[in-house]
Design a protein around this ligand. Structure first.
Ligand code: APR
Length: 257
């Protein structure tokens, strides 16, 4: 698929419509998923080479899975953390960090836990599913800092509870404050830019509909159509690392008048 081939068949026209909407937007929300980190070498979940094609999500990303095999789950997250730290933000991450500096009110809502948006320079970030760099006690909930016991298998809190990643597992509620903030800002935004998500995992997947119902202009960047594509105003087909830099440059041109 061409790198910039919008649904209405004209890449330049799609980029212009999307960039104009962003430049005119007084409140902008960006929603990202695993696709934006694919070009940094971090696998997505549901692509043909995705994480859930190799592992059973219930075994690795659930309370039951953790309690039934703490060492397996702990080691898997330590591997994912090592991979995330070795990865570099790509040009798509950097474009979104640039976009934050250009627009009056901006919020980046991410489903990703890889910490790459923060490393790319975004500051107004809401992490719906947590962060691979944060850990807490499974029992008492106390935040936990790494010590040399971490390399020897799942460590324990002073209370005796197992330490777990501060990441939302299947069947667990999202952090209330983050979800409420994302919902509120999506309801108030003029433009919602959706990048690299299959749009099927709720409640994040409901945010585009919330924005749509509030009259926002919806833009999607994805290599393939997703569950969200039917309700967006402009679909920019292509890799985030290729499409976003050009989109943000066009926003700058509109803002420069
Ligand atoms: N650029 C843009 N989009 C891409 C790229 C790319 N280079 N590569 C893949 N994609 C798209 C895919 O087409 C797909 O639509 O990224 C999306 C990835 O979808 P998923 O793997 O389902 O990831 P995501 O939507 O983030 O999953 C949501 O599910 O398992 C849970 O907690 C996990 O946060 C995750 C949630």
């Amino acid at each position: 698929m061409a790198d910039e081939n919008v649904r209405d068949g004209n890449a330049a026209e799609g980029i212009d419509r999307a960039a104009r909407a962003l430049a005119l937007s007084s409140r902008t929300v960006v929603l990202t998923g695993a696709g934006i980190s694919k070009e940094s070498g971090i696998p997505t979940f549901r692509d043909l080479d995705g994480i859930w094609t190799k592992y059973r999500a219930e075994e690795l990303a659930s309370r039951e899975g953790f309690l039934s095999n703490p060492a397996l789950v702990w080691n898997w997250y330590m591997e994912r953390r090592t991979a995330a730290r070795a990865a570099q933000p790509n040009s798509g991450h950097r474009a979104l960090a640039r976009l934050e500096t250009l627009l009056p009110v901006f919020l980046l809502v991410t489903q990703n836990v890889d910490n790459l948006h923060l490393r790319a320079g975004n500051r107004e970030i809401v992490e719906l599913h947590g962060n691979i760099e944060r850990y807490r006690c499974f029992e008492c909930g106390k935040p936990s800092r790494e010590d040399d016991s971490w390399s020897k298998g799942p460590p324990r809190c002073a209370c005796g509870g197992l330490i777990r990643p501060n990441i939302v597992w299947f069947g667990e509620p999202l952090p209330a404050a983050e979800l409420e903030c994302s919902y509120r800002e999506t309801q108030r935004c003029d433009a919602l830019l959706i990048v690299g998500t299959s749009g099927i995992v709720h409640p994040a997947a409901m945010l585009p509909s919330v924005a749509r119902q509030s009259g926002a202009f919806l833009i999607e960047v994805n290599v393939d159509p997703s569950g969200i594509t039917p309700i967006v105003d402009v679909f920019l087909a292509g890799k985030a690392g290729k499409v976003l830099p050009g989109l943000v440059r066009r926003v700058e041109e509109f803002l420069a008048g």
